[in-house]
Design a protein around this ligand. Structure first.
Ligand code: NAP
Length: 280
């Protein structure tokens, strides 16, 4: 039995689907599974990483686990319960930012998470993705209401990775027992924000453009949307540092998943209906 935390999220839902396709028995940990639909054959159990007392039952009879920690809280409780349950392998969804010279708020949280897994003594794999393609779904409200995406540093380049590829690597890590490995994952192309908006425009079949706003105005908007100040500051600093540069590409998705990583155009076509409900 493999336990998937975050099994209703961007990466976890794809981990679940791939494990089921491979014929594995899958259990999803969800804070409130009642009234939600899960893929056929999945066992969904209630559990909350922030409530350690809810975890032993979820880990009972489990051999391996995919662990993601959304609020970076609760990993210690999970790891304690996992040790007691005799877990044989944990695949942690970490972040490439752990390797950065300036890891910032997010990188430091992931460094702590990795250290907690190391300290637990459990056999581990760390999956370290860079920015997810799904982060650009933050543009949905602007694209739904018009033709302009406003942001900072439009020429900042990244190589965003499709969560389906992160999941594919995590699943290979689980099924091939890739213990002690820590692959860094990126998408297959370095793309600026301006280029990504253009690719989404092609996917939905109508013109869009990127428009620069001053960083201070952008910061205020993000605060208004509820994003944490240190996360916004790291986001803006990260974009400034990438402005006009080409992003590094990792070959790890293709090497581990055994197929090419999804391009941004493939991802945008896959999620076109999210950007434009008229395409459903
Ligand atoms: N976005 C990026 O660019 C990026 C880059 C590198 C690393 N990461 C890391 O990737 C992770 C996010 O992955 P994702 O996008 O797949 O996540 P996501 O889509 O935000 O998924 C959130 C999931 O977490 C579950 N969840 C939330 N709070 C929980 C709790 N207290 N206990 C148990 N489950 C809880 C939810 O399930 P229920 O509602 O069913 O409980 C949901 O399935 C984070 O650790 C992030 O730092 C992100």
């Amino acid at each position: 039995m493999i336990l998937v935390t975050g099994g209703t999220g961007n990466v976890g839902a794809n981990v679940v689907r791939e494990l089921l396709d491979a014929g594995e028995r899958v259990r999803i940990l969800s804070r409130d599974p009642r009234g939600r639909s899960f893929p056929d054959g999945v066992e969904a159990v209630p559990g909350d990483l922030a409530r350690p007392e809810s975890l032993p039952a979820a880990l009972s009879g489990v051999g391996q686990a995919f662990l993601m920690s959304p609020a970076f809280a609760g990993a210690d409780g999970f790891l304690d319960a996992a040790q007691r349950a005799g877990l044989r392998h944990v695949v942690l969804l970490s972040s490439a930012s752990v390797l950065s010279e300036t890891p910032g708020f997010i990188g430091e949280q992931h460094q702590r998470l990795e250290q907690a897994v190391l300290d637990s003594g459990l056999p581990w794999t760390f999956v370290r993705p860079g920015a997810f393609m799904t982060n650009d779904l933050a543009w949905v409200p602007q694209i739904g209401n018009g033709a302009v995406v406003r942001g900072v540093y439009g020429n900042a380049a990244m190589a965003p990775v499709d969560p389906r590829d992160i999941a594919a690597v995590a699943v290979r890590a689980l099924l091939d027992r890739r213990v002690g490995e820590a692959p860094v994952l990126t998408g297959p192309q370095s793309l600026t924000q301006i280029e990504r908006v253009r690719i989404i425009a092609e996917a939905i079949g109508r013109p869009l453009r990127f428009e620069e706003v001053p960083p201070e105005q952008y910061r205020e908007q993000m605060l208004h949307h509820g994003m944490l100040a240190p996360v916004i500051d790291q986001l803006i600093a990260g974009l400034a540092a990438r402005d006009g540069k080409v992003a590094d590409i990792s070959p790890a998705v293709e090497e581990i998943a055994g197929r090419p990583a999804f391009t941004y155009a493939q991802w945008a076509a896959h999620r076109a209906a999210a950007f434009d409900p008229a395409l459903v």
